[in-house]
Design a protein around this ligand. Sequence first.
Ligand SMILES: [Zn+2]
Ligand SMILES: [Zn+2]
Length: 403
Amino acid sequence: MTCGLPYVNGPMHIAHLRTYFPADIYVRYQRKLGRDVLFFCGSDTHGTPITVKAEEQGTTPERIAKQYHEHFRQIFPRLGIFFDNYGSTNDPVNHHRTRAIAMNLIENGYIYQKDVTLPHCPSCDRFLPDRYMEGTCPHCGTDARGDECDQGCGVYLEPGEILNPRCTICGTTAEYKETSHQFLKLTAFESFLKEFLERLGGTENARNYAKGWLKGGLKDWNITRNLDWGIPFPGSKDLTFYVWFDAPIGYIGSTEEWAERTGGDWEHYWKGPGRLIHFIGGDIVYHHCLFWPSMLKGAGYSVPDAVVASGMVKVEGHNFSKAGAMYSGSRTSTLRRVWTLTRSVITLLATRVTQETLTLAGKPTRPSSTRNSWAFWGTSYTGASSSRTGTMVRYPRVSSSPR
Ligand SMILES: [Zn+2]
Ligand SMILES: [Zn+2]
């Protein structure tokens, strides 16, 4: 079981809780049923949002990543969420696993090199990956970031796709320059993905979004960037992996760290009979339902059994992660108060999520057609573990032990 990795360019904000809380309930519930569940997470440390912030603040990406990694590592237990391991995508184990998966994909013929023409800033004298440029969305005409039409149609933008690109740092209009990049042959996975999405458990929004994109046709995926901060692409001097290549591999890296510490078998979960369940925010379905299963399949790993995607939290029409800047200074005490106040409300929402995903364990404890969620929870809990009724999941007082 994993939870989407928090991106460490800023502190936790309230919208983060929409993913971690249902996931935590699900894990506790499975454990009460006596199932062998491991819960992994970690910090997502690479990519341009961190490097742009570092340049603006005159510091290094490593320092920013380290600072917020510590913040997240400490805040989860204080909120009563206990992972079996909390890693970082910049840990040596993740560098190693990312290179190993890329080598598997190269050997199997799924990664190839291609010459591309990409935006380049003549004044900064460098290529402009992702957040280093802004421009116009080619799909809806809204102002967009280099990697995503974040306030328009929401589409993910491949390098070079954005129109009228200009440099985020100095504002200069970009010119185009030829360079070589590495591509994952996503188009080779089309029939696999069709079949995969049919049997994928979890929430409907994840499956339906992904099916929609699949219908629209896939394009091969540029998995490298001209950026120093990141995991170097094997054999290249100036390319690092795109953050969305090494970020989900962080789930495996975190499992490997747990295995090193406990003598456990990480391959049971990633190459063997173990089941993989991802809880994520609704904004990263594309990566978890298309890219990630293709990478795993192509490299010879197990693929996810379920993806549970929470909806976006919107404030005045803006995604909370944006508007959240207003709130993101919240100290733990504020978060904890909000956490406590909304717990009962979210439990109700999480019930729906968990009810859907329960069937993926192979042996649903109750018929999945059970209409009354509360009855479902009550009876399952009582039948599974004790005669105590009413409380599905007991939360320890903050800072106390998880089990
Ligand atoms: Zn520039
Ligand atoms: Zn758009």
